[in-house]
Design a protein around this ligand. Structure first.
Ligand code: GLN
Length: 304
């Protein structure tokens, strides 16, 4: 398969979608990002790498980081985690509060903000220096030590974190947050502010496409069964209230972030990542969604 040609063609065609979405502005530092940027990277398990456009420009991975924190916690806690977080699509926006009261402070899934906050809270209980542990984990799965937090974005989100603070306090009232809420929000804002390019992310997702085995250092990060579960959660919940639509259009497990990144993979085969900061009304990259749909359609391959 000539992936170079496939992504080159998609890039030229989908560029015309510029201007249809809107850059996230509820985190002021994200509102300053130049909207008309677009990159695609493909990384195969066999070691071939392809890219087009702004694939080496770093951006804020935001909710894509929830995959890394979940992997870190799953490998230590195993099924214990599922007592505190569900695994059903929520059908609600990523930062919604509505289901939490009915469901006694147990978030629907680990990818909506409430669920990700519980995961990060457990991570804080597992590691003395959680921020260091997260960045070290990402560096190791990426096979690249040159990955950092964007402190300015972390700070900006921290200053406007009312909703995430509310979610965390509310869950704490049900006993589902164990650590100090202010510290939790600080760690969470940092993990969302990890700065990576499409190329970095396409490498960092390889262990998921590889049944939990990190191809860079041969470490089995997740068991085969845990990797299956993470993929299933991405397929069903990775795009919030647009998860069904993403599965329908792209047919892949994947995860989006409000920085405009999307990472998805074909198990046993490849990772594809897209970045374009303009978002649709669900908070997913408009161009990212379109690109992934065209990619699996053009190559005639998905998980189905
Ligand atoms: N940091 C963002 C938030 O908590 C992440 C949301 C996202 O990328 N969907 O609101």
């Amino acid at each position: 398969m000539d992936y170079e040609q496939v992504i080159g063609k998609i890039y030229e065609e989908v560029k015309s979608f510029w201007g249809q979405g809107k850059v996230a502005d509820y985190i002021p530092a994200l509102a300053e990002v130049e909207p008309r940027q677009y990159g695609i990277a493909v990384q195969t398990l066999k070691g071939q790498a392809y890219q087009v456009g702004d694939a080496e420009t770093r951006f804020s991975v935001q909710s894509i980081s929830k995959v890394f924190s979940l992997a870190m916690v799953t490998r230590h806690l195993g099924d214990e985690l599922w007592k505190s977080v569900g695994r059903e699509p929520s059908g609600n926006p990523f930062n919604s509060l509505v289901q939490l009261e009915h469901e006694q402070g147990i978030p629907r899934n680990p990818f909506i903000n409430a669920g990700a906050l519980v995961v990060t809270d457990r991570l804080m209980s597992l590691y003395n220096r959680p921020k260091d542990a997260i960045i070290e984990f990402v560096r190791s799965v990426c096979g690249n030590d040159d990955i950092y937090y964007d402190k300015q974005i972390a700070q900006s989100e921290r200053e406007h974190a009312e909703r995430n603070l509310a979610l965390a306090h509310f869950m704490k009232s049900f006993g589902n947050i164990k650590n100090d809420v202010e510290t939790l929000i600080d760690v969470y804002c940092h993990q969302c502010a990890i700065s990576m390019s499409c190329v970095d992310l396409s490498r960092a997702f390889l262990f998921l496409a590889n049944r939990g085995l990190n191809p860079f250092n041969r470490e089995q990060i997740l068991t085969v069964s845990q990797a299956k579960r993470l993929g299933a959660l991405m397929l069903t919940c990775g795009f919030y209230d647009e998860s069904g639509d993403f599965a329908f259009r792209a047919g892949l497990p994947g995860k989006s972030g409000v920085g405009g990144g999307v990472a998805a993979y074909i198990p046993g085969n490849l990772v594809i990542t897209v970045w374009s900061p303009e978002l649709n009304r669900h908070g997913n990259s408009l161009i990212g969604m379109e690109t992934l749909e065209r990619f699996t359609t053009d190559i005639g391959n998905s998980i189905f």
